[in-house]
Ligand binder design. Structure first.
Ligand code: AMP
Length: 284
């Protein structure tokens, strides 16, 4: 396994793999690797001859009052985990390799769909995400890129950036990995106290309640959103940030759902802000 810190080294290593006719599977992460990341890496391993993982905690996607400084980092453990999973290239760039001084990088526009939900709660977040992902795609070159449905709005915006710009990247969405109580695995779960962790199942419970109503034929998104809010509202340490139902193909928030729909929720606990989402069964 090659551990690479420089942008030019990562580009050259990915090029070398393609020159051998290997398909490159690329998994961008912020490190603190967990079972969710592992599922993406396994999928890349199954699909592709060569697997590249990047570990970069992107400062530009954190707001000034967010947890950039506290975000969990353990590069040695991440590198060992990649080795164990049969990764070929690990890209661990220092910040100046992603954002070289004096060079104006492309900054794709997240658009209106980047201003709502996560974008409304975290102004500038998706601008930072797309800037880093575009830079990483530029370095990785033609590849399959694996992203989690856990971050559904991010996945939507990355797919759109790729299609609008005709980037040579096949974006593959992968299902959310969950703990036994349904809590989506996340690096930020480590910030929860024991009591908060016990209550953190409320996100999945609320989403499941909305899914159960949709399965029974409920189409009114205000009813589905109210079901999520009720579940979170009944959880003492949880404070709802938003709950919403979107059309999965447009990320618009319709009054009545038709076709593919997704329920999303963001919740603040004292120790961490958590997000989750679930596709709704709509027979579409
Ligand atoms: P992060 O390191 O949090 O930026 O996540 C890197 C990638 O892993 C993103 O594409 C996430 O959507 C994905 N991911 C994070 N948590 C999970 C999970 N529980 N299940 C599946 N994918 C995940």
């Amino acid at each position: 396994m090659d551990v690479i810190a420089s942008a030019s080294g990562f580009r050259a290593a990915a090029d070398a793999r393609r020159a051998r006719d290997d398909t490159v599977g690329f998994v961008p992460t912020m490190g603190a690797l967990h079972a969710g990341h592992a599922s993406l890496i396994r999928r890349a391993r199954d699909d592709c001859a060569a697997v590249a993982v990047s570990v970069f905690v992107n400062p530009e996607q954190f707001g000034p009052n967010e947890d950039f400084a506290a975000y969990p980092r353990d590069e040695h453990r991440d590198i060992a985990a990649c080795e164990e999973m049969g990764v070929d290239l690990v890209f661990v760039p220092p910040e100046e390799e992603i954002y070289p001084t004096g060079i104006a990088l492309i900054e794709p526009e997240p658009g209106a769909e980047g201003e709502v939900l996560e974008g409304a709660s975290r102004p500038g977040h998706f601008r930072g995400v797309l800037k880093a992902v575009h830079r990483l795609f530029d370095l990785a070159g033609p590849c399959n890129a694996y992203f989690g449905e856990k971050d559904a709005q991010q996945l939507f915006l990355v797919r759109r950036m790729v299609s609008e710009r005709g980037l040579p990247v096949n974006v593959v969405g992968c299902p959310t990995v969950r703990e036994s109580d349904g809590l989506a695995v996340s690096s930020r779960n480590a910030f929860l106290s024991t009591e908060e962790r016990e209550q953190a199942g409320c996100l999945f419970l609320g989403l499941s309640e909305a899914a159960a109503l949709a399965r029974k034929g409920e189409r009114d998104t205000s009813v589905l959103v109210a079901a999520i809010a009720r579940e979170v509202g009944a959880t003492p340490l949880a404070k709802i940030d938003y709950a919403a139902v979107v059309d999965d193909r447009t990320f618009e928030q319709p009054r009545m759902i038709e076709g593919f729909a997704r329920a999303l929720v963001a919740v603040r606990f004292p120790g961490a802000r958590l997000i989750d989402n679930l596709a709704l069964p709509t027979g579409g």
